[in-house]
Design a protein around this ligand. Structure first.
Ligand code: DC
Length: 230
């Protein structure tokens, strides 16, 4: 494992696997920056809908992605100075994000923007290609997953807690469709890299998952400091 100046923990995995929750908790614990890369794809989708852009015009979509005026501040997301934190979480936005994310031009347009989040003292990031494409030299790469049924139940609970009505069968179908599209596209498909550690959270609590990630990270730091001392 290479020794880096700025440590990066890259957490990739399918929709509703809990990557965002875990990445944020770990970032807080370590005092690191946090990048929710899915939010960027969702913002491109929102801007595309707002501007009624043709969702097949890849040059236009790439320019939307490149020119996004976005601010992330204390859990809030602003697009063109408007709060869009909840808007980008809408199911429709997630579905369009997954479609637009299949275009290499859109991915390319977001690459440098994502890398710019790598600032001292470190970064925790989650998405689909954080370890494979955006931060290939990440200190720790994790593929976080859970069964589709477990993910549908977790999403259901989240929605009900927010007072939003939901149906488990529909959620499961959406998750399966999204998995299919995100894993089978040709540009940066979602898959567990050979150098990523698998973390199946189906029967784990949030704090067990958080502790596992932190202990893996601490192991790497201890190993690297041993190498530095030699
Ligand atoms: O993680 P999420 O559900 O917020 O992401 C929304 C969509 O964006 C997801 O279906 C696929 C796409 N995405 C991607 O292709 N690459 C990433 N690094 C993050 C998200």
């Amino acid at each position: 494992m290479p020794i880096h100046k700025i440590p990066v923990i890259a957490i990739d995995g399918p929709s509703a696997s809990g990557k965002g929750t875990i990445a944020q908790l770990v970032a807080k614990k370590l005092g690191f920056h946090y990048l929710d890369s899915g939010a960027l794809y969702r913002l491109v989708a929102l801007k595309t809908m707002q501007s009624h852009a043709n969702i097949h015009d890849t040059n236009l979509l790439a320019s939307i992605a490149r020119d996004l005026h976005v601010v992330f501040n204390q859990g809030e997301v602003y697009l063109d100075n408007q709060t869009v934190t909840d808007d980008i979480r809408a199911e429709q936005c997630g579905i369009l994000a997954s479609q637009l994310a299949a275009y290499p031009q859109v991915r390319e347009a977001l690459t440098e923007r994502q890398r710019a989040f790598c600032q001292p003292p470190g970064l925790v990031t989650d998405g689909r290609d954080m370890g494979s494409v955006i931060f290939p030299d990440a200190t720790l790469k994790i593929f976080l997953t859970a069964s589709a049924e477990t993910r549908a139940h977790r999403r259901y609970k989240q929605l009900i807690e927010k007072g939003i009505s939901a149906n488990i069968a529909d959620l499961l179908q959406d998750i399966q469709k999204r998995d299919e599209r995100d894993s089978h596209r040709s540009a940066a498909p979602l898959q567990q890299g050979a150098d990523a550690k698998l973390l199946d959270t189906t029967s784990l609590t949030i704090s067990q998952v958080q502790d596992t990630v932190l202990s893996w990270y601490n192991e790497i730091c201890a190993k690297n400091s041993g190498l530095n001392a030699k």
